[in-house]
Design a protein around this ligand. Sequence first.
Ligand code: PLP
Length: 367
Amino acid sequence: MSAPRLEIDLDKIQHNARTLVERLALRGISVTGVTKASLGSPEIACAMLRGGVKGLADSRIENIEAMRRAGVMASMALIRSPMLSQAERVVAHADVSFNTELDVLGKLSSVAKEARKTHGVVLMVELGDLREGILPRDLEHAILGTLRLPNIVLMGIGTNLACRSGVVPSPENMGELSALAESLEDRLGIEIPTVSGGNSANLEWALGTTHVGRVNDLRLGEAILLGCEPLTRQPIEGLHTDAITLVAEVIEAKQKPTLPWGDIAQSAFGDSSRPKDQGRIRQTIFAVGRQDIDPEGLYLPEGTELLGASSDHLVANLGTSHLPVGAEMTFQLNYSALLRAMTSSFVGKVVKTPRAGAPVVRPPLVG
Ligand SMILES: *Cc1c(COP(=O)(O)O)cnc(C)c1O
């Protein structure tokens, strides 16, 4: 089989999704499955749906289009604010989009009217992570502006934390989101059906708190695909952390000194740190590099160590295990490595479970 490749175990992805869906259901929270790290793979999307996620969400319209073309039947939300230049594609293929700019909403509205469709909208609120979001004090104005737009349906409000700045979801910021939903409903006499609390980093809060407030949906990608909690990168109990693994092939294995020789300047990737001297060791090179993965995002087995990486090579000290040229090794990945591997055309994708033929019924729109 060709290497490098990702081996994708759909049953494990389904199990992870199902486990999270069931745990969160006890708190009145549904799960939207986020597919952005899987490049619109219909197999992965369907495994999430079999696991009980209510709908799918992706940051790229291209991925949503790919899932549509493959016949995936589900509600699909675009969770990166749409570009003005993509409004037609967004209305054509996404049921819902997450928005923060009235100019974009106006364009979505006129495109939707033209296409005789309605388009669902979730307004994102800025609660401190400083990525996308309308400041709380401007939310009422944005909602009033949205409600005036023909062919646009306000599905709810949401927020995203722990992404750009690592702001931790807490009783305070989640409480603020709930309070916003309630006060806007009271003041404007409207209904805000969906309160989308955040991503995998919200799990600790959602499963630990006694009061989820109005939050009734989470958008989960990493936790389903990697079984990990992103705030601490710890495995989540009962979930598989090896649903997706990377297999790479050895192209050189030789005893070499650990220190380079000659005049030393910066390396190709600007790294000027010096390796520690371990004398002569067996240095194993895998045919996989920065074009394919984030080397710092590979989990090497106990007793082995990453020595360096270039665009095309991963250099490791495998300790006492000796892999000959041609041998393969399996690595677990973090989100950053997974994202790059999924989007690298040099990395094969091998789906382990044969396509399960279970029919996927179309769930209702978000909310
Ligand atoms: C990526 C993303 C998610 C999912 O994040 P995970 O950490 O993979 O669960 C949710 N919401 C938004 C807006 C995102 O961009």
